[in-house]
Ligand binder design. Sequence first.
Ligand code: ATP
Ligand code: MG
Length: 412
Amino acid sequence: MADTLQPLRGTKDLWGTEAQQFSRIHTSLERTAYLFDATEVRTPIIETLGVFARTLGETSDVVAKEMYVFQDRNGDPIALRPEGTAGVMRAFIHAGLYDKLPLNVYYSGAMFRYERPQKGRQRQFHQAGMEFLGASRALSDAQAIAAAWAFLKDIGLDTNALRLEINTLGTPPERALYQQHLIAYFENNKDQLSVDSQRRLHTNPLRILDSKDAADQALLKDAPRLFDALGDESKQYFAQVMTLLAALGIAPVHNHHLVRGLDYYSHTTFEITTTALGAQGTVLAGGRYDGLSVMMGGKPVAAIGWAAGMERLALLMPEAAPAAGHIAVLALGTAQEQTAVLLAQTLRNAGHCVQVYTGDNLGKILTKVVKRNARSAVFVGATEVAQGIVTVKDLQTGVQQTISNAQLLSVV
Ligand code: ATP
Ligand code: MG
């Protein structure tokens, strides 16, 4: 039995304050979404494999190595969602919501990737994200990034300790051309590339750009730059995004090596990173994915979005102010239970947080109540019940008073 009680590798049980951090993140997401006129979308956790395999790219790390895939009882290939965007786009096309564009949506929930678990990296993790659908112009990129920034601020993160990196991937044809230059450059230096990058050279060469390997990094210094391979329109688009961000007081760093792991991105791509979490420094990542809807069989929908890793946000969050203590109602015997639950009910109806304790050993219960940070104790003993009174002790000041039941609400 012992082994089956252990949560699966890379998954976690969350209790109390840890679970509450996720709710706080969700509340910040809702507040930010309201400001940007975004409404919530909830899509299924399971999708047919094709939703991700085709859209994320067969060679992306997520599809090639990390996806949870199984056959259901009917033999159909099913995937646990590894990210949110493809499911949202599937749902959008399925519902045919084109006349609702521009449509801003937000979501949060569990995602699954078969990875080596470490701090800030799990197999079941959670993302909070926003998608701006029907958003074709640079101002949408700037607003999507502004929304991400506002969200992190609302959570209470110190934005001075965060770094916003941005890049442009241009259009798919520009990128295809650039990939040729990049492959040619690395072919000439192939023996110096890391094993991982050699494998990616012909499957996903752009991923070499964000390799953490020291030898790869050295080679990258002289590699051709994607930016130089872009046409004027793409360059102007990027310049306009930067101008609008500057006007909003947001100053990203242009990182020429920033690429996304998923295939459907174009133009703007961005990441918000921290140095506080070691290797798992990216807390939020996003970009433009104009090609996704057509790739999935829908009509063209220009779109940009982002997703933040909630575990990583939780690690960076300031502690919540401790909740005000509860009121402990102590039923000092079976005969007092009815009065105790009724008094508890009265207190709850007035909006108080109440826990009812029972037992014969008053000292023992009281110790427990104090340990659990109750702010006051209401004693319901045999004498009290007989006379319609209660004894209330303020556990902060130690002041104790005996009052009629009717006065209870005025003293707690
Ligand atoms: P990484 O480079 O850390 O693997 P990624 O590029 O795979 O990230 P995305 O697919 O862009 O990540 O997902 C967006 C965010 O989701 C990441 O920036 C990170 O905060 C979070 N994230 C991704 N994978 C995990 C994971 N396995 N555990 C926890 N958080 C994750
Ligand atoms: Mg990853």
